[in-house]
Ligand binder design. Sequence first.
Ligand code: 2RA
Length: 336
Amino acid sequence: KGVRLAIVGATGAVGQEMMKILEEREFKVKELICLADPREEGNKVRFRDEDLTVKAANAAAFKQADIALFAVNTDISKALAPLARENNCLVIDNSYAFRLEENVPLVVPEVNPEDIAKHQGIIANPNCSTTIMVVALNPIHKAARLKRVLVSTYQAVSGAGKAGIDELEQHVRAYLAGDDIVPEVFQHPIAFNLIPHIDDFLSDNYTREEMKLVWETRKIMHAPDLKIAATAVRVPVFRSHSESITVETELPLKVDEVKTIFSQAPGVVLQDQPENKLYPMPLYTSNKDEVYVGRIRQDLSLDNGILFWVVADQIRKGAATNAIQIAEIVVNDSLY
Ligand code: 2RA
């Protein structure tokens, strides 16, 4: 009993986290097929107290799998996902490659699980900062209909994978030792710095990371006219992304009503007791699957405006856990 599950990118930060979460959630895996770049063929990865050998991702490997979780960059997904689909292997892809395609559902299980059944062989996992934001936006939208969203993100270096995590540590050590800092993963030194530049700049001086928050949120929430503007910033934090969000709603909401909404919302943990210095912080939300919300206030600059602060683990809910939650629905509803 169980599925033959492939992980493409099994040796990367998200791929490794996927294996850990599959074990934690006791996902019914009949066989785990660990795929990676051919250069990594033969390497070992650990799963359920067993050493598995990494294989090259190719047609033969996909023929052996029912579902493939892709945790690789957009170019590799573009090249390999169609190959998997041709070999009757359902793809759940964490990259940007197919997210905005018409026939590809873009899914956050707490928000639009019903879209999963519409898949035609590929299901896309949203960008981490989008997933974190929509888990918090959706219950507010249902209660008072969102008119406008402003978001500033404070994104951990783990968004750039293991290389990003290593670079933060290297830069901090170099800074403290008074050595030169030569950035490779990030555009500038990340130690004790903030870099308002994630992914490429587009024509209107927004970055692709900022526009993903706009495009993907509209698709997931089926709200094509929702007004959204974003600023995405890389910060010297290892794991969780934080987001400062301001919403304008059609209907008025009091702070207490918003607290009640969040306390009852799927996938959300309310942490909002400023008097006790209780609010979400990345140091404490890492290695968890929930989206933490606090600092809820009336927007003093707007009628019907609410501000709040959101923090969640970028590697888990932002990527690995969300993909596995989608896989759980696919298996439970026999959608593969
Ligand atoms: C980042 N959201 O944080 C992007 C990709 N994970 O770098």
